[in-house]
Design a protein around this ligand. Structure first.
Ligand SMILES: NC(=O)c1ccc[n+]([C@@H]2O[C@H](COP(=O)([O-])OP(=O)(O)OC[C@H]3O[C@@H](n4cnc5c(N)ncnc54)[C@H](O)[C@@H]3O)[C@@H](O)[C@H]2O)c1
Length: 451
């Protein structure tokens, strides 16, 4: 099929590449010039395991092209747009069958999602020549947004004296950064919000059935259930993290090992072991904004949001509490250097959106200290844009700092050579934001472990 994917972030790019590799003709639309030129050169603007290799293959096979032009297409047909914007005429896609909207939905100061990018992308689809569009929202949105998008399209066509004969669907994305490629090829479930009566015969239905493994559950439901189901899934995972972090605080006061407590809980098949790792809290581009927006949306509609409120505040306390414990034990940061190993919000990604590392940097630098960081997956220039000094290895950091905190469970840090660390690190405090290490072993080496 001929597919347009709008927004080349984690969701859009991984989807576009995976579908091109599955044999579809895909055009990836990206408004950011810097990202666009990287993509055209076969380079990914962010790190995701396996993605760059697959991107290069997709470009070589001419199944994938990138363009910025959708925003200015107005009266042009998609076909002529593609003809005009692609240099290789043999690769012209022709009319597009499916439009996937994968733009960001960040949080507004009022605590709800900012739909500016989504609506801008929707408006760019109001073209008179092809009114039977299939538009699929993959961005995470609040209940009611898909209905708003349909109304906006109808309105846009009406203004052009046309009738919108297309269909609007909501197909939430459940990928995890770090495993995004395999999550897309082998999803845990496919959820489609839209008209179940026409789904199977629709272009979207044919497409989904062609790219989804037979064993994957497919649920076709109404828009609002799909929209809420996606947000509630993220809120559930975030709740588990806040829950185990709260139990972790109790564990510390009684000398219990929270990793063993989590194991005991997780062995119950009714509970399961995932997302029960205590640490410095959740971050990233999804959990913080999705839990916040869901809480505010619920409150706005008169629903009780006590649990979501607690999930969010427990997470803030996890980030702040860890940073304060480490700094308190260390003493006055003024004139001292903090070393951070792992800046991303979790291992396996270079995403630093809402990363817990930002909290300790803020506190330490505000108190007059300096920060030096190393992250195996994040380019040094990207880190230095945050106002910190970046190094090429953990050893370089360790030998020049007064205090170390480890904030991602990257394999390099999980399997840290502690003898080597002891030899090059002149400090005695190790802040373990992911509860990776044994207090006993580190104490024997003369190190104080703070969790
Ligand atoms: N990142 C994840 O792990 C993940 C997982 C599931 C769902 N989601 C949801 O998917 C959506 C996208 O997330 P993301 O992390 O991929 O976002 P992102 O911010 O990484 O990427 C969005 C991209 O869209 C581009 N863009 C914005 N407006 C555009 C327009 N009008 N035309 C073309 N391009 C445009 C931006 O420049 C950016 O590159 C969000 O709603 C997010 O909540 C994200």
């Amino acid at each position: 099929m001929k597919i347009a994917v709008i927004g080349m972030g984690y969701v859009g790019l991984v989807s576009a590449v995976s579908w091109a590799r599955a044999g579809h003709k895909v055009i990836g639309v990206e408004s950011n010039e810097e990202k666009l030129s990287l993509l055209k050169a076969g380079k990914t603007p962010f790190f995701e395991p396996g993605l760059e290799t697959e991107l290069k293959l997709a470009l070589e096979s001419q199944a994938l092209h990138f363009s910025k032009e959708f925003l200015t297409m107005e009266l042009m047909s998609i076909e002529s747009l593609v003809t005009n914007s692609l240099s290789n005429k043999s690769a012209i896609l022709g009319a597009v069958d499916l439009f996937f909207l994968c733009v960001g939905t960040p949080i507004l100061p009022n605590g709800l999602f900012d739909l500016t990018d989504l609506f801008e992308a929707v408006d760019s689809l109001v073209v008179p020549e092809n009114s039977s569009l299939s538009i699929i929202i993959k961005s995470t949105v609040l209940p009611g947004t898909t209905a708003q998008v349909e109304a906006r399209l109808k309105d846009g066509f009406e203004k052009l004296g046309k009738v919108f004969k297309g269909s609007v669907w909501f197909a939430p994305e459940f990928l995890s950064e770090g495993t995004a490629m395999s999550d897309t090829i082998n999803p845990s479930r496919v959820i489609i919000g839209g008209n179940s009566e026409v789904f199977k015969e629709s272009k979207l239905g044919q497409f989904i059935l062609s790219v989804t493994p037979a064993s994957t559950p497919i649920v076709i439901t109404d828009w609002a259930s799909a929209e809420l189901g996606k947000l509630a899934s993220n809120a559930m995972l975030a709740s588990r993290i806040s829950f185990i972090n709260e139990i972790g605080q109790v564990a510390d006061t009684v000398g219990a090992d929270i990793n063993l407590v989590a194991k005991i809980i997780g062995l119950d098949p009714r509970i399961g072991s995932k997302f029960l790792k205590a640490g410095v809290g959740f971050g990233g581009g999804c959990f913080p904004k999705d839990t916040t927006a869901l809480k505010n949306f619920g409150a706005m509609h008169g629903a009780s949001t006590d649990l979501l409120t607690a999930v969010i505040s427990t997470n803030e306390k996890a980030k702040l509490g860890f940073s304060e414990r480490v700094i308190k034990r260390f003493g006055e940061p003024h004139g001292k250097t903090l070393g951070i190993l792992g800046m991303a919000y979790k291992e396996g990604t270079d995403d630093i959106r809402n990363s817990p590392s930002l909290k300790i940097i803020e506190l330490f630098t505000q108190a007059g200290g300096k920060v030096v960081v190393y992250d195996p997956l994040i380019a040094r220039d990207k880190l230095e844009r945050l106002g910190v000094e970046a190094k090429a290895s953990w050893e370089e950091v360790a030998q020049m700092v007064d205090l170390i905190t480890i904030l991602t469970a990257d394999p390099q840090f999980v399997n840290l050579d502690w003898q080597k660390m002891r030899a090059i690190y002149s400090g005695t405090i190790i802040g373990d934001g992911r509860r990776l290490y044994s207090k006993k072993i580190l104490t024997k080496l003369g190190l104080n472990l703070i969790t």
